[in-house]
Design a protein around this ligand. Structure first.
Ligand code: G6P
Length: 363
């Protein structure tokens, strides 16, 4: 218990450590004066020959990889996230223009190590993005970038996701600069948003109304999480966290998919969490109207300034207005709190959910 620092669970402690973790992640890596990202562990121009990026990961790390896929695509870089367990068994074509980024908190996940081994001999460049210094992944990849989240004990990953995404934002900027031949890619707005991200997360933690949401709905048996763009992996992560620690059925999907099947399951008994990461997400707002027409309770996660959702949601979990690229980190913190508080209402063994391990070292 001493290690929990007064919190009931490691998971809650780690949720509250996120402002500190993110300060560590970003420290010295974002030069606001000249609008550049500095990742000193990577040689200058390391990625100038990259033509496409494969991201391989499992679990929560896979959701961070999906998030990065969108960030890279927005920067004109061809990128695809793969479940490493699939990639290792059926590797897609890779060559000396391919950068394979393995995202793994522990650096020990067998599926992800196997994915990296599968590209040996293809000429692909390999990069580990991990939290654990000296982990197997760092020894098997050519380069490593650490996420610097600090030790994570709770089986359900929390602060490592936020630190992974923040690091992937920095890496996307660096890749974009290398691929374009030296032009700084970072917009001042993005670096400004990263610099205040730890404070923004602190504000979410201080002002969250997640407890009222957890109290209202923890007796439901099924939950849906929807979002678009970077909101999609955040929805998937919200559902994963929820099922891992509450043991209730929770399913995340792209809001675009709603009409193509999941809507058949939406009733007044299925709370729907809708993740908004921008102010013009009118399509997701339309999806919210559709589930509301089926009497489903709606919980929106939305920016302070996005008031249009108020008329269609039973609860709105607010996050500070920020740059689109970092908004998903803030939304995810709200969903972490809901999962934790709902699991606590249900007296689940939050730090050690049944059947799950912090690190899965067999394929
Ligand atoms: C296990 C853990 C998850 C984690 C996944 C990948 O399934 O329970 O929390 O996201 O492994 O772990 P990694 O260490 O590779 O990020």
């Amino acid at each position: 218990d001493a290690g929990k620092g007064g919190y009931d669970h490691y998971m809650l402690k780690e949720i509250y450590e996120q402002p500190t973790a993110l300060r560590q992640t970003i420290r010295g890596r974002s030069n606001q004066l000249d609008g550049r990202v500095e990742l000193e562990e990577l040689p200058p121009g390391a990625f100038s020959d990259v033509r496409s990026v494969h991201l391989v990961a499992m679990g929560t790390s896979y959701h961070a990889a999906m998030y990065a896929q969108t960030l890279l695509a927005e920067r004109g870089i061809t990128a695809q996230a793969f479940l490493s367990g699939e990639y290792g068994s059926n590797p897609p074509p890779a060559d000396d223009g391919t950068l394979v980024i393995a995202v793994s908190q522990s650096g020990e996940t067998a599926d992800t190590l196997s994915a990296i081994r599968s590209v040996q001999g293809t000429g692909a460049h390999t990069l580990a993005l991990t939290n654990v210094v000296g982990s197997t992944l760092t020894r098997e990849c050519e380069d490593t970038v650490y996420i610097r989240a600090g030790p994570e004990i709770g089986v359900a990953a929390t602060k490592s996701f936020s630190a992974q995404v923040a690091t992937l934002i920095l890496l996307s900027e660096r890749l974009s600069r290398d691929v374009r031949g030296g032009t700084p890619a970072a917009t001042g707005d993005l670096l400004d948003a990263l610099s205040v991200l730890p404070d923004d997360v602190q504000r979410v933690l201080d002002e969250s109304t997640a407890e009222s949401v957890a109290k209202a709905y923890h007796d439901s048996e099924s939950y849906f999480f929807i979002g678009r763009g970077i909101g999609h992996p955040v929805a998937l992560e919200g559902a994963l966290k929820f099922k891992e620690i509450t043991y209730d059925h929770a399913e995340g999907f792209s809001a675009a998919e709603l009409k193509h099947g999941p809507l058949a399951l939406v009733t007044d008994q299925t709370p729907v969490f809708a993740v908004f990461t921008g102010r013009n997400d009118t399509k997701t707002l339309h999806n919210v109207k559709e589930v509301r027409a089926r009497d489903a309770p709606v919980v929106a996660v939305a920016a302070d300034g996005y008031r249009e959702v108020d008329d269609y949601a039973d609860h709105v979990l607010r996050v500070p207005d920020t740059h689109h690229d970092v908004a998903g980190i803030l939304a995810n913190v709200q969903l972490q709190l809901v999962s934790y508080l709902a699991a606590d209402e249900l007296s689940r063994p939050i730090d050690k959910p049944r059947n799950l391990a912090k690190s899965v070292t067999v394929e």
